[in-house]
Design a protein around this ligand. Structure first.
Ligand SMILES: [Fe+2]
Length: 284
């Protein structure tokens, strides 16, 4: 029994397509998706269609990530108050406008956590961030948190960092991110779980993909105009950078607060996003 585990695709179609091609060659029996299908990269529907196709002939377990929640909640919907802050809100708006109503309805049907039970194999608990919050971090929970979790094996995503964590007798695997690995290498990350009678064995997988095609698609969709500095960070991550969007955003917010005395998301003037990018990515 081989289970493919994929998380945090963030609309990176090229990375996702290459992962699926690789995993099909490896003859996996089923797919587990831990959420955040959409996000920083162009053409989210292309990615969602690929999942639709896969679901026609493969068993797929799917969760809802925080990125899907943003769209369900209408974050990124029309709001003129946000017009001056494209680097902060541009991708939220783009994702909101480019995901179909049908896909939003589908997102609403997905749980934020689930338990995978396959006869003859140990059950696996799955979540995006944590089991009670898809923006949480189960890898950082206290041992007492696990009192209510029966399963020994847990899968989570959200941090984009491939990792194994041991807490309270549990084994927590994070496969890293398909679309924005941010781990210093130009690859997509996913995982294959090999099932035995009593246990699962993880295989962390790195898949090369056509990064130039993905960046070309970012340009064709106008992402550098829609979300200028956010997209600079995205491109840097694709090219093997390790500075993620939250680091840049936090830096911009503290620069804004230091200079103006206050800072309220998402109203962070572009000049602070520019300065944060320059300081963190280019060390200027
Ligand atoms: Fe996430």
């Amino acid at each position: 029994m081989k289970l493919a585990v994929l998380s945090d695709i963030h609309s990176n179609y090229e990375a996702f397509k290459s992962c699926i091609q690789y995993l099909e060659r490896r003859k996996v029996n089923a797919y587990i998706f831990l959420g955040d299908y959409v996000g920083e990269l162009p053409c989210p529907e292309k990615t969602l269609k690929l999942i639709d196709e896969l679901r026609k002939h493969r068993r797929c377990f799917m969760l809802r990530g925080n990125k899907e929640d943003y769209i369900i909640k209408g974050l990124g919907g029309y709001n003129t108050d946000w017009d001056g802050y494209p680097s902060v809100v541009g991708m939220l708006r783009y994702a909101y406008e480019n995901v179909s109503a049908e896909s939003v309805e589908f997102f609403k049907t997905l749980p934020i956590e689930d338990t995978i039970k396959i006869e003859g194999y140990p059950a696996i608990r799955i979540c995006h961030g944590s089991t009670d919050n898809n923006k949480g971090y189960i890898e950082k929970e206290t041992p007492a948190f696990f009192d209510n979790i029966k399963e020994k094996y847990i899968l989570c995503g959200h941090t984009h960092k491939p990792k194994v964590t041991y807490i309270a007798g549990k084994v927590i695997w994070n496969p890293g991110s398909v679309g924005l690995s941010g781990s210093g290498e130009m690859i997509a990350r996913c995982m294959i779980l090999h099932g035995g009678r009593e246990s699962w064995r993880p295989e962390y997988v790195e898949v090369p993909y056509d990064i130039d095609a993905e960046i070309k698609s970012m340009r064709a969709e106008g992402l550098y105009r829609i979300a200028p500095y956010w997209s600079v960070v995205t491109e840097d991550l694709l090219k093997g950078g390790t500075i993620d969007h939250s680091l840049v955003l936090n830096k911009a917010m503290s620069l804004c607060k230091n200079e103006t005395g206050h800072c309220e998301w998402p109203k962070i003037p572009e000049r602070f996003m520019k300065k944060a990018v320059n300081e963190l990515l280019y060390m200027e």
